[in-house]
Design a protein around this ligand. Sequence first.
Ligand code: KG4
Ligand code: ZN
Length: 345
Amino acid sequence: MTNKELKDIIILGIESSCDDTSASVVRDGYVLSNVMATQDVHKKYGGVVPELASRAHQQNIVPVVDDAIKTAGISIESISGVAFTRGPGLLGSLLVGTSFAKGLSLARNIPLIEVNHLQAHILAHFIYEKGKETELPKFPFLCMLVSGGHTQLVVMKDYMEMEIIGQTIDDAAGEAFDKCAKIIGLPYPGGPLIDKLAADGDPKAFRFSKPRVANFDYSFSGLKTSFLYFLRDELKTNPEFIQENKNNLAASLQKTIIDILMQKLILASEKTGIKEIGIAGGVSANSGLRKALISEADRYGWRVHIPDIKLTTDNAAMIAINGYYKFMRGEFADQSVAPDARWKF
Ligand code: KG4
Ligand code: ZN
């Protein structure tokens, strides 16, 4: 008997918005596979090179999808629908995933489901994993989405009903990590490396300026400048300053970013009265941020939701789960759908 006859809903998700090619199979809300091919080619350039990213996606997409289907132990015939990231992201990269999904939808005669990448990061909280107890957030749910391209405070009223109540007016939190990491000579992406170095540093060793921004909005470009000028001054008297203080620099920078993020999250929780709190996106992998959320939870009576590390950075399981909820609602795209690099939800 095939899975379709059992009435299982099996969604294949495809993510190709930036520099990770990923495919995942989700069955009735449970993740069966989540395969990722990261692109090391960008490391030496200190950031993602769009042309190289789309070329690598083209090379990776077929083996990654194949692997996701095999790992899930399903057949291609049993897939109920194919979900893909329509945006936001790099146009050339998005095109690869979109074209693949459209082709599969046509060939197998299954629904095509467009997914917003940012909405998907938040929906990562709703993925079930076999053998693991997942306490799903209750609505309304206040989620801080922190990634390489976005920093937003989002109120989720239902699976598909989300409202952005605050966001960065310039750089994203992940950009602040990556740009400052680059200043101290770390390769791209520097966020995870700062996290590692910070573990052996003193977060109070140095102070960097914090922004004053209205409401629930954020700003990170001033921090980058403050970090740069501080180092420029120190290097004048001690050319070895960075080398001698790497851990303390990382710890102090990380603490500043976390303080900025948490201050607005606390304010938003107080003003909206929401105590179901979560974090999502690549920066939510940061160990300091995860700890800060847990310690503030005690103080403010929050019920916190922190996604599994592998579901924080770009992955296709979050696309597949979003596809699953859209499938249940019959929200399908047609073959005329095109990627949208700046797609807003
Ligand atoms: O969500 P994501 O994978 O891609 C985007 O949609 O942007 O986020 C990538 C960002 C990068 O800026 C990366 O440095 C950051 O997440 N990141 C971290 C950590 N892991 C990933 N930043 C700080 N600490 C980490 N452990
Ligand atoms: Zn992302």
